[in-house]
Design a protein around this ligand. Structure first.
Ligand SMILES: C[S@@+](CC[C@H](N)C(=O)[O-])C[C@H]1O[C@@H](n2cnc3c(N)ncnc32)[C@H](O)[C@@H]1O
Length: 286
């Protein structure tokens, strides 16, 4: 088998696993492929899944953007949530054609209720050419758990600085490396498993992430550490951990098994605060 680029392998990962994620993952029934965030006052799974969307909605209501871009929109759960509550022109990009198809098939009717418009596009958001056929100058851009998949963070921020409106915002909600350097050999090996299992080459330290963004003209305006809200252990995590050797056997053939191995490692890393989960809000200064 030839070597696959990061983009291609992420496409395969999501084309193969999306049905399982949306059926059995924590965001099941809500069109979300991200983790629940058990922030203050959150007691139900739905609320925990919508936690990021609630924060984004507050930002939209505050800034009143005419156009919003979801970077790595999955099957569109967040777009659905936002477009039903704040009227705007939304664009969602995903590298997985299967996700794009699924998102387009159910988002049309949801959007028309409030008069929002939604366009779903298949492509790589780190490549400028992806935006050639889209209306750009986005006022608000956000990425929920998609930045870690990026091979080249510099290209990501550079491209977004071209398609974002000057003065507009970019919000990243994702994992970052909280402890650096990682000297403990167990932690190092868990980190490798996570990066491999989740196809997540861009688990950057806070400093590296911010400096990559600054090099492209983005300035950090707000940061919130949500690590404690995602690191709670449930029964499901213990069961998965117990089955971890079995899952490892399936990783050659199944993207889903591979993702479970990465997810198991991530739980340990979050608990030890090697990895953190955060909300980063930048403004485009150019
Ligand atoms: C963990 S899923 C999150 C999906 C969605 N944000 C959500 O919260 O439900 C990661 C998403 O990032 C997308 N993605 C990763 N790398 C991408 C890239 N280079 N270009 C476009 N989409 C990408 C995947 O296709 C997938 O939709």
């Amino acid at each position: 088998m030839g070597h696959m680029g990061q983009g291609e392998s992420v496409t395969r990962y999501y084309d193969q696993s999306t049905a399982l994620f949306t059926r059995y993952g924590p965001g099941r029934g809500l069109g979300a492929i991200h983790r629940p965030v058990w922030g203050p006052g959150v007691s139900r799974r739905e609320e925990a899944i919508h936690y990021s969307s609630v924060k984004l909605l507050a930002h939209l209501q505050n800034r009143q953007p005419a156009s919003v871009l979801d970077l790595g929109c999955g099957v569109g759960g967040t777009l659905c949530y936002l477009s039903e509550r704040y009227r705007s022109k939304y664009t969602g990009i995903t590298i997985s054609p299967k996700q794009a198809q699924q998102a387009s098939s159910w988002l049309g009717p949801a959007a028309t209720r409030l008069g929002s418009e939604i366009v779903i596009h298949t492509g790589d958001f780190t490549e400028a050419a992806t935006f050639d056929c889209l209306e750009t100058a986005f006022d608000v851009m956000y990425a929920i758990e998609s930045f870690v998949h990026v091979e080249d963070p510099g290209a990501f921020f550079q491209t977004l600085s071209q398609v974002g409106r000057p003065g507009g915002s970019l919000i990243l909600i994702d994992d970052f490396q909280k402890k650096a350097p990682v000297r403990d050999s167990v932690e190092r090996s868990e980190l490798e498993k996570f990066v491999w299992g989740w196809r997540a080459p861009s688990v950057l330290t806070h400093e590296r992430l911010i400096s990559a963004a600054e090099s492209a003209g983005f300035e950090l305006e707000d940061f919130d550490d949500w690590t404690a809200y995602v690191s709670a252990h449930g029964l499901r995590d213990y069961v998965l951990r117990a089955f971890s050797p079995v899952l490892s056997l399936g990783t050659r053939r199944s993207e889903w098994c591979r993702s479970m191995v990465g997810g198991n490692a991530l739980k340990q890393l979050l608990r030890r605060e090697v990895i953190g989960y955060g909300f980063f809000r930048f403004s485009l200064t150019r």
